[in-house]
Design a protein around this ligand. Structure first.
Ligand code: URA
Length: 235
């Protein structure tokens, strides 16, 4: 490409950026909000492998300082069923894969022995992609900073149903403060973002780590998974 063409392209690009900023200012956004919306729309253009690559080098919140691995998610990128947990624990941080510790083994059992599906045929992710120190609860600012990754994952995978594992994932995906025991047992509309054309249904259920401490609650989880399976098979 000749120098003149390059210059022309560059000038067109500058014009486009100027127009974009002017448009955003007209919408009444502050410069900080424009930067934020640009960052988000940056993520909204990425495909799944590129989004993963972006997450692998993310330093947007303090959790990057203590992590061994970013735990982006695993499974079928076209899965009809997606499981969403809270955040990686020690095993997940070490291996870079969600739900591989004791709770993860129980989740795999629920998927494979209970639902008769294969772990690799569903998609598994967490609200936070990096481990909070000592497995403490995620902070609201960490959720806000990290959730564009989850929102984009959901947009790209387009699951029909999502299972929110535990109170934290359920409250995040449903944008509510209602307790998990009141939410579980029925499907809810997804409300974390309104940018998804065919929003998935959300089934909140108990976290497998809770089931390890309270095996009696497995019966409730199985009831929830039966509703999920019915929804998956009923078009
Ligand atoms: N608990 C979670 O919420 N997610 C994991 O990946 C592991 C344990």
């Amino acid at each position: 490409m000749g120098m003149d063409n390059l210059k022309e392209e560059y000038l067109q690009l500058v014009t486009l950026v100027r127009e974009h900023v002017a448009e955003q200012l007209e919408l009444g956004l502050s410069e900080a909000e424009i930067k934020q919306s640009d960052r988000e729309s940056g993520l909204t253009r990425l495909d799944l492998p590129t989004l993963d690559a972006d997450a692998q080098v993310c330093t947007k919140c303090g959790l990057h300082e203590g992590r061994t691995n970013v735990v982006f998610g695993v499974g079928n990128p076209n899965a009809a069923l997606m499981f969403v947990g809270e955040a990686p624990g020690a095993d997940e941080d070490k291996q870079g894969e969600p739900f591989v510790g004791r709770a993860g083994k129980l989740l795999t059992k629920i998927i494979e022995d209970g639902m008769k599906l294969k772990r690799e045929d569903v998609y598994i992710a967490n609200v936070l992609k990096c481990r909070p120190p000592g497995n403490r609860n995620p902070e609201p600012d960490e959720v806000e900073t990290c959730s564009p990754y989850l929102i984009r994952q959901i947009e790209l995978i387009q699951p029909k149903v999502m299972v929110a594992l535990g109170s934290f994932a359920a409250k995040t995906l449903l944008n509510t403060t209602t307790n998990i025991s009141a939410l579980r047992g029925k499907l809810h509309p997804y409300t974390l973002s309104d940018t998804i054309e065919n929003p998935p249904k959300v089934m909140p259920t108990y976290h497998p780590a809770y089931l390890l401490r309270n095996p009696n609650a497995k019966r409730d989880v199985w009831e929830d998974m039966k509703i999920v399976l019915e929804c998956l098979s009923n078009g």
